[in-house]
Design a protein around this ligand. Structure first.
Ligand SMILES: Cc1ncc(COP(=O)(O)O)c(C=O)c1O
Length: 383
């Protein structure tokens, strides 16, 4: 039999060409020298020399630590350092236990793939992050989406399933949504979950370090830590380092050690990363003024857009993620290019990443952005 199929490289090239034609080709770009209105380094920790020095000092104090974990935590990768860090994280996030993952992506993937099982139902907000969606896809539970932050729609979905299944019901949300910057109605979600006997899972990726008395996230800020089953805290955003942890009851930690595949089947974080995560949490607690400054800057940004860009449409956000809606991919791309040419790193978020008509400029405000930089950027956004 002769093979008439095109080569794999031709097929792959066709798919890339297709992306290019529709203007959606993704490319790696280094934003050298531009003012940062793009990164998730909300507190400027990734640039902090004080944090860098603290991590170097911790590395020196642990000079005998290995360069790598050498295996999964279930094999050779288990260390006292990891256990001690998890105990500290559990205390910090005001919960019984914490389990480290190599990234927030891994944590969400592991949690959502293994916790809701066959016979269970998983209800997800339509705007949850790709890592939660991918985890949900790997789960054998039945999955339904509810409209973004829409409690009425969620009640309908809960009503439809609660009496019909004998399994568990899980609800998955983000506390601060990565593409809109708005905050989930967590208290009402807890009330609904209590009422319907569902368990709430909250991704705190964009809230960790930003909300709460010491940066513990929105759940602790609202005193809901005993009403949420699991929280995912990521350390590559406001904390300025890398990695993540699931915070929750000890039984959940034990469950994840047994069933979460990204935890079981991957080399653990190296000692250097564990030390860096510990130092970043210390830095957070010894520099509360940074988060104060971040929220001051966000308030300033919002005042200025109200004054200088009346009539412009923004997502309903008081978080550092501020989005200017510019319908149409070309429109969003054009304004992003103008801002970039003027020296500001802002990125357009195009459809289909967001629904058509909701294309936008996603602007991340940082504690380190000056009022002058904010004024100048807003000037460049004028139509
Ligand atoms: C809401 C949300 N959850 C999880 C993640 C993944 O976290 P990490 O970058 O640590 O893999 C991201 C990253 O973009 C995110 O925005």
């Amino acid at each position: 039999m002769t093979n008439t199929r095109p080569s794999v490289t031709d097929t792959v090239q066709d798919r890339i060409a297709n992306r290019m034609q529709t203007g959606l080709l993704r490319q790696l770009r280094t934003a050298n020298g531009l003012v940062d209105f793009c990164s998730n380094d909300y507190l400027g920790f990734a640039h902090s020399t004080a944090l860098r020095d603290a991590i170097r000092q911790a590395d020196t104090q642990h000079a005998d630590a290995l360069t790598g974990a050498t295996g999964s935590r279930l094999l050779a990768g288990q260390t006292d350092l990891a256990d001690a860090l998890e105990n500290d994280l559990a205390k910090f996030y005001q919960t019984e236990a914490a389990l480290l993952f190599n990234s927030g992506y891994d944590a969400n993937l592991g949690l959502l793939a293994c916790l809701p099982q066959q016979g269970d139902v998983l209800l997800t907000d339509e705007l949850i992050h790709a890592s939660m969606i991918d985890g949900a896809r790997l789960s054998y539970a039945t999955r339904h989406r509810f409209r973004h932050n829409d409690l009425t729609d969620l009640v309908e979905k809960l009503e439809a399933v609660t009496d019909k299944i004998s399994g568990q019901v899980f609800v998955a949300v983000e506390s601060v949504y990565s593409m809109d910057g708005d905050v989930a109605p967590l208290r009402e979600l807890c009330d609904l979950c209590d009422h319907y006997g569902a368990a709430l899972l909250v991704d705190e990726a964009h809230a960790t370090g930003v909300y709460g008395p010491n940066g513990e996230g929105v759940v602790v800020a609202m005193g809901l830590q005993n009403r949420v089953l699991a929280r995912v805290h990521t350390f590559g955003k406001a904390l300025g380092v890398h990695g993540a942890a699931v915070a929750g009851p000890a039984v959940l930690r034990n469950y994840l050690i047994n069933f979460a595949r990204p935890f079981i089947y991957s080399t653990a974080l190296p000692p250097h990363s564990l030390l860096a995560i510990g130092c970043a949490h210390q830095h957070l607690q010894t520099h509360p003024e940074t988060s104060q400054q971040l929220h001051d800057r966000v308030r300033y940004f919002r005042q200025r857009i109200a004054q200088k860009l009346p009539g412009s449409v923004w997502t309903d956000s008081t978080s550092p993620i501020q989005c200017l809606i510019l319908p149409g991919n070309d429109n969003a791309r054009r304004v992003a290019n103008t801002a970039q040419e003027a020296g500001f790193d802002v990125r357009a978020i195009l459809s289909p990443t967001v629904p058509a008509g909701q294309e936008r400029l996603r602007i991340c405000v940082h504690a380190t952005n000056t009022e002058g930089e904010i004024d100048e950027l807003i000037r460049k956004l004028k139509p």
